[in-house]
Design a protein around this ligand. Structure first.
Ligand code: 4AD
Ligand code: MG
Length: 505
């Protein structure tokens, strides 16, 4: 048995493939079937004269997603996806599928989400999961090559890490316990034992709203480094992200082309990243400070005009195709082609209109941004649009950041925290910073944040026994997958998403 991804090295040979019928169309003598086997997709040419009457009839009847084994010759064909096709000589059905709910036509998102267990088989979802896999592998490579030790933080925890508003509480032998929001506090303890560590595990946040950036359960990678300060932390963040993006661009060309990902912005992920203090970022957002001779307000106004001209082009294209369809002069195939093109264009139009409606909202919230507040999604979008590259914002007002952040001794009131914002509207993908080492200040912050002191005794011990400067950060895996794949919504980045209102499948 062979796998589809190996076909390029098997040209001219006869091989057996086992997989599923992803799609097919047939004529009198030939069935064209797209077979998928998990490693890829390949067109099989099933010719009656080659496979015999019985197998040919079986192929013709075969329902979508039936499983089968196909034997045939590997033939090069540049026009085919993957560059090869299989000329079948024999075929055996393994299991006929019942009528498959997901067909090649367009389906609504709720329907697809209800069928997530099947939706995972479609080509787009297949490509996304392969990119996710490559990202995971490259994350481990990066840290392992640098001598970091992977250590696991517990999932049941007795204390909050990132504020009490997003805690999932469970019953732990009659005591309340929380699902971990972040492995960081444990990461700090582990870094004091191993020097350089990283955790890679599931984290949980009760986010009682549906957004395209939030999940209730997501995977976080959290390195923690003894003897690191904020600057070293930022150096590591940019080196890390650049490494992962470059690896995926190199290794996932097929997947990114399935996703029709325009990689222009990903190609621009080069070192060094832009770094700016929170206060400067606010000045840019509010339009008080120019970037490359432009304010945010001018940039957004130019974008509205661009959108409007794109919209009228799309509208004209739709009209022209609809006229052609109605003219009655087209062949059936051409009518179908134009109809599906019109459907596509209407979707594009909808997206353009949505963007057009968003921009005035962004403009408004940018202009009225209140110095001292945390950034919202639109503020992040506006800021990164000015650069078209990842931006690291550091030195945040202490009030908007977690209790464990170190205060900058030269910049009172500001915490040595950093957020990495991705371009193209993806926003915060990494959050981190230098940790507070002053035990008295930590105690005060625990009280100020209304956290139960007794649950933090072990954490405060780290400041009593060989206290050292240290720093770390957390990368949200799904946010990175969404950005690299260019996805509209985070729900497609994880096999079985958990979000507000969704627990099945
Ligand atoms: O910024 P956050 O809350 O930082 C921490 O948890 C720190 N303890 C990390 C550290 O310094 N070790 O979360 C880190 C990242 C965010 O930048 C974002 O990418 C992701 O986790 N994230 C989410 N991803 C999906 N859904 C959510 N609800 C998320 N909340 C945070
Ligand atoms: Mg954050």
């Amino acid at each position: 048995m062979a796998y589809i991804k190996e076909l390029s090295s098997l040209e001219g040979k006869e091989v057996e493939l086992k997989g599923w019928n992803a799609q097919k169309r047939d004529s009198k003598e030939i069935v064209f079937m797209t077979l998928r086997d998990g490693t890829g997709f390949v067109q099989c040419i099933i010719n009656k004269n080659e496979v015999g009457e019985a197998a040919f009839e079986a192929a013709k009847r075969l329902s979508q997603e039936s499983s089968l084994s196909v034997t045939g010759k590997v033939v090069k064909d540049e026009r085919q996806y993957g560059g090869y096709e299989l000329h079948a000589t024999a075929l055996t059905v393994i299991a006929e599928a019942e009528e498959y709910p997901i067909t090649p036509k367009e389906h609504g998102v709720d329907f697809l989400m209800d069928n997530r267990h099947l939706w995972l088989r479609s080509k787009r979802q297949w490509a996304i999961m392969r990119v996710r896999n490559e990202i995971i592998f490259s994350i481990h490579s990066f840290f392992q090559e640098k001598g970091f030790v992977q250590m696991d933080a517990p999932i049941f925890t007795g204390n909050a890490c990132e504020g009490t508003s997003t805690l999932f509480e469970t019953d732990y032998y009659g005591e309340p316990a929380y699902l971990s929001q972040s492995g960081q506090l444990y990461g700090e303890a582990m870094a004091m034992a191993q020097g350089l560590i990283y955790t890679f595990g599931p984290t949980f946040r009760a986010e009682k709203s549906k957004t395209r950036r939030h999940l209730s359960e997501f995977w976080m990678i959290e390195p923690e480094m003894a003897f690191y300060d904020l600057k070293m932390d930022m150096d590591l963040i940019e080196e890390f992200i650049q490494y992962v993006v470059a690896r995926v661009l190199g290794k996932c060309k097929t997947e990114l082309s399935v996703l029709e990902r325009d990689t222009t912005y990903l190609d621009k992920v080069t070192l060094p990243f832009i770094r700016m203090k929170y206060e400067d970022a606010v000045s840019v957002i509010k339009g008080e400070k120019e970037v490359n001779g432009k304010t945010t307000l001018q940039m957004l106004e130019a974008e509205i005009q661009e959108l409007q001209s794109e919209k009228s082009k799309t509208l004209a294209d739709i009209e022209e195709r609809e006229k052609k369809i109605e003219s009655g002069e087209l062949k059936k195939g051409e009518v179908n082609f134009n109809r599906s093109k019109v459907d596509q264009l209407k979707n594009v139009l909808k997206e353009l209109e949505e963007k057009e409606q968003n921009i005035p909202l962004w403009l408004n919230s940018a202009k009225n941004f209140k110095r001292g507040d945390d950034f919202g999604g639109s503020d992040e979008t506006v800021l990164t649009k000015m650069f078209g590259q990842p931006v690291m914002v550091y030195n945040w007002p202490q009030e908007v950041k977690a209790f464990y952040m170190k205060e900058d001794e030269h910049d009172k009131g500001y915490a040595k925290g950093v957020d990495l914002l991705a371009p193209e509207g993806y926003g915060e993908v990494v959050g981190g910073g230098e940790r507070e080492t002053d035990i008295d200040r930590l105690r005060r912050k625990i009280v100020e944040h209304d956290l139960p002191m007794e649950a933090f005794g072990w954490y405060l011990d780290l400041r009593k026994f060989g206290n050292v400067p240290h720093a770390g950060f957390g990368l949200g895996l799904e946010r990175l997958v969404a950005w690299i794949c260019g996805l509209q919504h985070i729900r497609e980045t994880i096999p079985f998403p958990r979000s507000y209102g969704r627990l099945l499948p």
